[in-house]
Design a protein around this ligand. Structure first.
Ligand code: SF4
Length: 421
């Protein structure tokens, strides 16, 4: 007998979402099909109407076919979905209907998160999000694994969480992120906390003692940080950050993947990765989907001020706070919502992603000729970085783990983070 767990609404206050038909998700994402989706499309007789099969099979999985620019074959020139227009919302593939809901099951319940790849979510437009849990649960009935019990997250690697530990961690993190300290201090504090917990031997600090430890660390964080000043990042650390940005922006498209094949595709990806590395500031930043404007050099990006200098600091602070909070409260930082990673590893990855958001916002500002990012730049950056979080297989793989381990052991994540804010 299969068990369907209850969906816990997102706790982040004030988060909103309704679809505004921007069509970005139909250009951004590759839609994997379930058997029921393929049956629905067959009934709609697209192959006969289009003269070709609108689905393709790649490495054993079925997907919606994409155009050369990566957009879905059903995306119309007016930005609307042809399946939706002709057959209605319920006839679209479940992945299309479900976006931007994100469900993360644990042992007794499922967290309802939200993807900030969605423009309406980033701009906070539409209905109150946490009131939509019933709708998410109804649709998730078509994705049984999204409502099936999963293992509880670990606190650290090889260290299963004891009852109350993760809740205690979250209870202290959320007020810190939304607290009164300046944005840069709060982000620095998050990275410092992740580094401190990663370095600590938590085997001897269990249950309520762990929660007390976190409580003490967070209570004294604002006083403690000035005693641990942040030096400028080393060139190698900046290069590592650019590698992390590349990994988060990486956007392989079916049309290209299918044409090149597995090995040529891997070589081509290696070439693109190489172009993001190197220390030459006069090298041009490769093109990034969703960022329009003239090409700029890596040096130009690094000359843009951090987000604390933004003329829209209040709005940028609101967006970053909401994004981080919704990521934590939506179960997207550790456990089943983030590659089954432990809380400590997940917090570390979140801090690195936050640094990547800052870097992409500076890139967007450089392309627009601004000296500091504004809200438009930050929105683009959050959308681009969040789209891969918990989804792109390589971000849960060994390369990312090695990158994080390097930052943990030899580098200093706080340094690259501070340079972006
Ligand atoms: S099927 Fe429709 S909703 Fe889904 S990606 Fe294609 S155009 Fe968008």
């Amino acid at each position: 007998m299969s068990i369907s767990l209850p969906v816990i609404p997102l706790a982040t206050p004030g988060q909103r979402y309704s679809c505004h038909g921007c069509g970005h998700c139909c250009r951004d994402f590759t839609v994997q099909l379930r058997e029921a989706d393929r049956e629905r499309l067959d009934r709609q007789a697209w192959t006969a109407r289009l003269g070709f099969d609108p689905t393709i099979k790649l490495r054993g999985q079925h997907y919606l076919r994409q155009r050369e620019d990566g957009s879905c074959i059903f995306l119309k020139s007016d930005g609307r979905c042809q399946v939706h227009a002709e057959f209605g919302f319920e006839e679209k593939p479940i992945a299309c209907r479900f976006f931007p809901y994100m469900l993360s099951p644990a042992s007794a319940s499922v967290r309802m998160g939200v993807s900030f790849a969605c423009q309406s979510v980033v701009e906070n437009k539409g209905s109150v999000y946490n009131a939509q849990a019933g709708e998410a649960q109804r649709m998730a009935g078509e994705i049984p694994e999204a409502l099936a019990p999963a293992g509880e997250a670990h606190l650290a690697r090889k260290r299963p969480a004891e009852p109350g530990e993760l809740e205690g961690l979250e209870r202290r993190l959320v007020p810190w992120i939304g607290g009164p300290e300046p944005l840069a201090t709060r982000l620095d504090g998050l990275a410092w906390l992740a580094s401190t917990l990663a370095a600590a031997n938590l085997d001897r600090v269990r249950g309520s003692r762990f929660v007390e430890l976190v409580d003490t660390l967070v209570t004294h964080l604002a006083d403690e940080l000035p005693h641990h000043p942040v030096a400028p990042a080393e060139p190698r650390e900046r290069m590592l950050l650019r590698g992390a940005v590349f990994a988060r922006l990486e956007d392989p498209k079916l049309a290209i993947g299918g044409r090149l094949g597995r090995w040529a595709g891997a070589l081509e990806q290696g070439w693109r990765y190489w172009r993001w590395r190197g220390e030459n500031p006069s090298r041009l930043v490769p093109r990034v989907r969703g960022l329009d404007g003239p090409a700029v050099t890596f040096g130009a990006v690094e000359s843009v001020h951090g987000i604390m200098q933004s003329p829209a600091l209040t709005e940028c602070d609101e967006l970053l706070t909401r994004w981080i909070r919704a990521s934590i409260e939506g179960g997207r930082v550790w456990g089943s919502g983030y590659y089954g990673w432990s809380a400590v590893d997940g917090l570390f990855a979140l801090s690195l992603s936050t640094a990547c958001v800052g870097w992409v916002a500076r890139l967007s500002a450089a392309m627009a000729g601004r000296t500091a990012p504004d809200l438009t730049d930050l929105r683009v950056a959050v959308r681009r970085i969040d789209r891969s979080a918990g989804r792109a297989p390589w971000l849960g793989g060994n390369t990312e783990r090695v990158r994080l381990a390097w930052f943990r052991q030899y580098g200093e994540l706080r340094r690259v983070l501070a340079e972006q804010y």
